[in-house]
Design a protein around this ligand. Sequence first.
Ligand SMILES: Cc1cc2nc3c(=O)[nH]c(=O)nc-3n(C[C@H](O)[C@H](O)[C@H](O)COP(=O)(O)OP(=O)(O)OC[C@H]3O[C@@H](n4cnc5c(N)ncnc54)[C@H](O)[C@@H]3O)c2cc1C
Length: 555
Amino acid sequence: MIKSIPFSNLNRAATVRKIAKEHFDIVVIGGGITGGGIALDAASRGLKVLLLEKGDFASGTSSKSTKLIHGGLRYLKQFDFWLVKEVGSERAIVHKLAPHLVLPEKMLLPLIEGGSYGKWLTSVGLKVYDILAQVSGDDKRQMLEKKEAMALEPLLPKKIVKGAGHYAEYRTDDARLTLENIKTSLQYGAEALNYAEVTDFIYSENRVKGVVVKDHFSGDEFSVKAKYVVSAAGPWVDELRSINNSKKGKRLHLTKGVHLVFPHHKLPVKQSVYFDVPDGRMIFAIPRGKITYVGTTDTNYNLDKDMVETDIADAIYLIAAVNNMFPSINLAMEDIQSSWAGLRPLIHEEGKSASELSRKDEIFTSETGLISIAGGKLTGYRKMAERVVNRIAKKMEEEEGKEVPVCLTETLTLCGSAFKKHKEVKKYIAEIYERIKADGFTMYDAWYLVTNYGVQTEAIINFYKNRKEKDKAVRMILSEVEFGVAFEMVQSPLDFFIRRTGRLYFDIQSVRTLMKPVILELQRIFKVNEEKAQEWKEALKSELKTHSDFSIERT
Ligand SMILES: Cc1cc2nc3c(=O)[nH]c(=O)nc-3n(C[C@H](O)[C@H](O)[C@H](O)COP(=O)(O)OP(=O)(O)OC[C@H]3O[C@@H](n4cnc5c(N)ncnc54)[C@H](O)[C@@H]3O)c2cc1C
């Protein structure tokens, strides 16, 4: 088992002092999945890496995806075979790197009278999908008759269902996948800092040789030297290209995607379904613990990138789509329990609509040497990182005669995993349940701990044993807070409730009942005054409202 490395804002001042003195091979801008993947790839090849994130890790798009590690079946329709082949093949690899965090998720694609795909096309499409992604064994697609499809998902519209395709995908928590990549990169000597915004570049002989950083913790500014600077800033890539005076030629095209969360009993699908929307698009309904989430939309976006919200029109669209496919379900606005909205950083193509734009990634190198990467998928992060680091390795070889090893990440188990197969994860969940049930915890609690933290659950249970709170739920969540502050750079209640635990999306009630002790604990740990604690509380309340209140008064 890999030992957790302290990764804490409690040591921040010392970390900043150290970073400012060093000379890095690579500075990576952006702590989303792309930046996290690059940091791990480069550090594991022996390069000296620093990753800088302006907000919290994964606070951009990488906490707001559909959270699927998938091959992108719909890209077959766009003849994007290369993309399907790459991300399709990546699914099994990413699962192997963290079987507790990237879980197998069978997908049902119902065949409906008048739907997008007929039986023949679906069968051939899924077969091509399997071949491109080299899917084998039980994971190969199956074509189901009407009766079999209805047995798997009784909520389907019996009158018009003709059968279904059943195929294998994986589900994850995007923010935790990002964080575990970053934490694993630390095992190979990388440094990473959240709340550290790159505001400018440092040049030497007209080449980018470092960055200017604004520390949002202290308000101070410092600079960092590096041989290469990579911008993996997602939707903000063009902002950094502008600062670098290199926003020429291709540019980003941002599209917004929204997800809605319902209590599972309100949308009790037995399994994940990928289904038709009357306008010709397709969306997912994905059950996950206590909830089912539904998404996504795909609309052009030109507003504030730091304030992307689900609006009423998005909610109406998704609810209508669900009610259309599952006629016995009458979802209403007040059933929405939570939601999230994110931006796809796609590459603009003249004349193409949001849904038609390719999801392929591209790398741009400016005249001054700034390397930017945009586009791509969560699923393909490892290959994107490999391409960026290969490019830098080639330059290092040409310019310094330095030999950089080939990419290793295909075999680098991520932090939190000591599992070879999903079966072992299931066994470990049962084991954890046995250890915590006497204190009133349920199988759900054990499942949550293991699928969130993997074997790092041991550290949380150790904290739990040493704490004294009488209320067991409070004691457990404060143990998670202790772990998050010591090993995951938690700095605020939002970091904790959104990006470390996913509770704001998947268990919003627990945020409401446990926010008070969590805020008090963070106040104690970080020794902040009442004013700051009040600010945290207001920020959390505002997030709770934004994510879950779709009443008329909100508009
Ligand atoms: C609605 C939706 C659903 C999706 N579903 C899926 C899916 O199911 N499966 C899949 O494979 N893909 C999916 N995707 C795509 C996937 O989520 C994205 O491709 C991926 O998350 C992009 O990651 P990133 O690291 O490039 O960008 P981001 O996650 O946005 O990271 C960029 C980071 O850079 C930081 N940053 C910006 N400027 C600066 C600066 N000046 N200094 C320091 N830091 C800076 C930002 O704060 C941000 O955290 C989905 C996307 C959307 C929007």
